[in-house]
Design a protein around this ligand. Structure first.
Ligand SMILES: NC(=O)c1ccc[n+]([C@@H]2O[C@H](COP(=O)([O-])OP(=O)(O)OC[C@H]3O[C@@H](n4cnc5c(N)ncnc54)[C@H](OP(=O)(O)O)[C@@H]3O)[C@@H](O)[C@H]2O)c1
Length: 335
C-alpha cells in the first residue's frame, strides 16, 4: 500500500512554558488487550519513517524494550536523529518511592540517554506495593496525600537536575491537586496528560491548565473505541458515532476519528492517538496539516460534550473509597 509521507517540519508544534517545542500529534503506544509488543514496535518504526516525531510511551504498557529497539533502528538507519525525536515515558503507581530507578529502567529499555518528557502517570502514589497493573483493582492502593505526591515530584525535579529528563509533567491531575503542586514545586509541570475527546471536553480544567501555561495533552482523543472491557460501562458513549462528527467527517471525506483530532488540535491540545495501522496513523498525522475545520464546525463539536469519562480510574481506588472521589468532582481533595 502506498501511504503518503508527511514532512515532519509541517506538523505544528506547541511551545511549552519553558520554550520546549512539542509536536501536536504523537503516536500513542498503549495496545490495550489487542496488539502485541512487536506489532506496536513495528508501528513506531513505520510511523517515524513516515513523519512522526513524537511517541507517547509508559513503562506500564509493557512494551518499552521493543519500542526502544525500533527507535534504535531508525536512528541507526539515518532516518532520524535522537534530537529530532520527542519521547515521553511515565512513572507507574508502584514506583513513586523509586522514581529514579523507574526512569533509569525506562531509559535502558528505550535505549536512550534522556527522555524529552517524564510524567507522573497517576496522582495515586503506591509506595508499598509492587507489580500493580492496569488490569485489576489494586488492594494496596493509597489515597492521594499531597506530601506523598510532593516526595514523588521532588524526585522528578531531581531527574531534570541530573539531565536524565528534559521536561516533567503530570497526568490525570485535577485542579485542586494541581493548585497544590504549583504552590509547592520548584520546577513547574509543562504538561498535563488528560482524557479529552468530543464527548469529554473538560472545558474548565482545560482552560485552567492553559491559564497556568500547562499544555493539555489529550489521551483517548478518538474516544478509545478499542479500550479494554474493564474500562467500559453501559453509560459510555461513542464519539466517532456522534451524528455531528459523522456528518462533518462526510463533508471532509475522512473518517470521524480524523475529525476528533482536527477539533482537538484546533482547540489547542496536543493529541496522542493510537493505531498500529499505517493508513490510520498517517491520516491522523495529516489531520494537523491539511483541511482545517471551520469556526462553525468547531462550535458544533463544542456543543456535543456529554461529560462522559471513559478512563474512570476505578482500578486505582483504595479500600473504602468510591471511584468518583478520584476526580475531586466537587473541587475538594478526597482522602
Ligand atoms: N496518561 C494516561 O493515563 C493515559 C490513559 C490512556 C491512554 N493514554 C495514551 O493515549 C493513547 C491514545 O489513547 P487510546 O489508545 O486509548 O485511544 P484513542 O487514540 O482515542 O483510540 C485508539 C483507537 O482508535 C482507532 N483509530 C485510530 N485512528 C483511527 C483512524 N484514523 N480511523 C479509524 N479508527 C482509528 C484505532 O483502532 P484500530 O485499533 O483498529 O487501529 C485505535 O484502537 C494511548 O495509546 C496511550 O499512549 C494515556
Amino acid at each position: 500500500m502506498d501511504i503518503k509521507q508527511v514532512n515532519p517540519d509541517a506538523v505544528p508544534k506547541r511551545e511549552l512554558c519553558n520554550g520546549a517545542q512539542l509536536p501536536v500529534i504523537g503516536l500513542g503506544t498503549f495496545g490495550s488487550d489487542h496488539y502485541d509488543n512487536d506489532t506496536i514496535a513495528r508501528a513506531v518504526k513505520t510511523a517515524i519513517r513516515l513523519g512522526y516525531r513524537h511517541i507517547d510511551c509508559a513503562s506500564v504498557y509493557g512494551n518499552e524494550k521493543e519500542i526502544g529497539q525500533a527507535i534504535a533502528e531508525v536512528i541507526a538507519e539515518g532516518i532520524v536523529t535522537r534530537e529530532e525525536l520527542w519521547i515521553t515515558s511515565k512513572v507507574w503507581n508502584d514506583m513513586h518511592g523509586r522514581v529514579a530507578e523507574a526512569c533509569r529502567q525506562s531509559l535502558k529499555d528505550l535505549q536512550l540517554e534522556y527522555l524529552d518528557l517524564y510524567l507522573v502517570h497517576w496522582p495515586f502514589p503506591n509506595f508499598h506495593a509492587k507489580g500493580v497493573s492496569v488490569d485489576s483493582r489494586d488492594p494496596n492502593a493509597e489515597p492521594y496525600i499531597h506530601e506523598h505526591y510532593m516526595q514523588t515530584w521532588r524526585a522528578m525535579e531531581q531527574l531534570v537536575d541530573e539531565g536524565l529528563v528534559r521536561n516533567i509533567g503530570t497526568s490525570n491531575m485535577t485542579r485542586p491537586k494541581m493548585e497544590l503542586l504549583l504552590r509547592d514545586c520548584r520546577i513547574r509541570p509543562v504538561v498535563n496528560e488528560m482524557e479529552l475527546h468530543p464527548h469529554f471536553q473538560q472545558p474548565e480544567l482545560f482552560d485552567y491548565m492553559r491559564s497556568q501555561r500547562i499544555q493539555p495533552i489529550g489521551f483517548c482523543p478518538i474516544g478509545s473505541p478499542n479500550r479494554p472491557e474493564r474500562d467500559k460501562t453501559p453509560e459510555d458513549t461513542v464519539p466517532i458515532e456522534d451524528p455531528v462528527i459523522v456528518r462533518i467527517a462526510a463533508a471532509h471525506g475522512v473518517h470521524p476519528a480524523v475529525i476528533c483530532l482536527k477539533w482537538a488540535v484546533q482547540r489547542g491540545e496536543v493529541v496522542i492517538p493510537f493505531s498500529v495501522k499505517p493508513e490510520k496513523f498517517m491520516s491522523n498525522l495529516r489531520s494537523a496539516v491539511e483541511d482545517p475545520l471551520s469556526d462553525a464546525e468547531m462550535k458544533e463539536i463544542a456543543a456535543i460534550d456529554k461529560n462522559c469519562r471513559f478512563i474512570k480510574g476505578q482500578v486505582f481506588c483504595w479500600p473504602g473509597a468510591e471511584w468518583p472521589d478520584l476526580w475531586d468532582s466537587d473541587g475538594v481533595i478526597k482522602q
